[in-house]
Design a protein around this ligand. Structure first.
Ligand SMILES: Cc1cc2nc3c(=O)[nH]c(=O)nc-3n(C[C@H](O)[C@H](O)[C@H](O)COP(=O)(O)OP(=O)(O)OC[C@H]3O[C@@H](n4cnc5c(N)ncnc54)[C@H](O)[C@@H]3O)c2cc1C
Length: 252
């Protein structure tokens, strides 16, 4: 698949280290799908789709720095939407996100709300300054916020918020965020693994299932094509929550 040229039509500074870029094209995604974002002369990196025409990027290293240097009118190359995306099912759903992991969940929650589903959301952030998409989640249902330092909502990790909700009240639970957080939530929802869908982060190179860089031990599930959304029961007994492989294939 050749990259499509996407011109930036809007840049929103969500926080000091998170920006949303809106493009001049409708990506028509399934919520949970991602793009391989080609930052010319720098790198090609995976980014979840946060709006029908946008991505939400956290500043991390070289490629994301280069994205932060772009202005309205500049362009990127986009391959996608790629991957499977979340499957909406049931009447009552719970979204659990951490940090920039809120990005694909916002699009998912809006799609669920449009279908008349009851949506509850639990979001964990380091502190109140990291909060993103509060209005988007409040518009579609109940929102519980946790912060590590207690500067907003419940003090503690997202799991502290889970103690206020009964996971068994929900038909389906959708996760996106730091892996320890997602592993912790799955661990607290024993017996519900088939009702959990988690968006997994691995090192993507090709984004088309060829290179094997993102394959999960020992199942071989290639996160870039069979994921990035993987059911909780398919993660049991795998590397998930224990280790992952870096760009050179070594465990880290
Ligand atoms: C399916 C998926 C969806 C993602 N969605 C988002 C999103 O919506 N918003 C967001 O801010 N980030 C998202 N990420 C993470 C994002 O891809 C990395 O933060 C980005 O690639 C960092 O690149 P860099 O050059 O700035 O940092 P670098 O300094 O090159 O790398 C820093 C860290 O970023 C990660 N990373 C770097 N390159 C890749 C790569 N090719 N594939 C996977 N991880 C990489 C690694 O953990 C690495 O240690 C997603 C990752 C995946 C796999």
């Amino acid at each position: 698949m050749r990259p499509k040229n996407a011109r930036i039509v809007e840049i929103v500074h969500e926080t000091a280290s998170v920006r949303t870029l809106r493009f001049d094209l409708d990506l028509d995604p399934v919520p949970g799908q991602y793009l391989m974002v080609w930052v010319r002369e720098v790198d090609e990196v995976p980014m979840s789709i946060s709006y029908r025409n946008g991505i939400t990027v956290q500043l991390v290293g070289e490629a994301t720095r280069a994205i932060f240097d772009l202005e309205v009118g500049d362009s990127l190359g986009l391959r996608g939407p790629l991957g499977n995306g979340f499957v909406l099912s049931g009447d009552r759903i719970l979204l659990v996100g951490g940090g920039v992991g809120a990005a694909p969940l916002a699009l998912l929650g809006e799609a669920a709300s449009e279908r008349g589903m009851e949506v509850s959301t639990l979001l964990g952030f380091r502190c109140c300054n990291d909060l993103i998409f509060r209005e988007r989640f409040e518009r579609i249902g109940d929102l519980v916020i946790t912060t590590d330092d207690g500067s907003e909502g419940i003090c503690g990790r997202a799991s502290a918020g889970l103690e206020r909700l009964n996971p068994r009240d929900y038909d389906q639970i959708y996760l996106c965020g730091p892996e320890p957080m997602m592993a912790d939530v799955i661990g607290r929802c024993r017996g519900m693994e088939t009702k959990i869908q988690a968006s997994i982060d691995r090192y993507f190179k090709c984004g088309m299932g060829i290179c094997g860089s993102c394959a999960i031990d020992p199942t071989g599930i290639r996160v870039c094509v069979e994921g990035p959304v993987i059911r909780g029961d398919q993660l049991a007994g795998t590397e998930f929550g224990r280790y992952r492989r870096g760009p050179n294939g070594l465990k880290k």
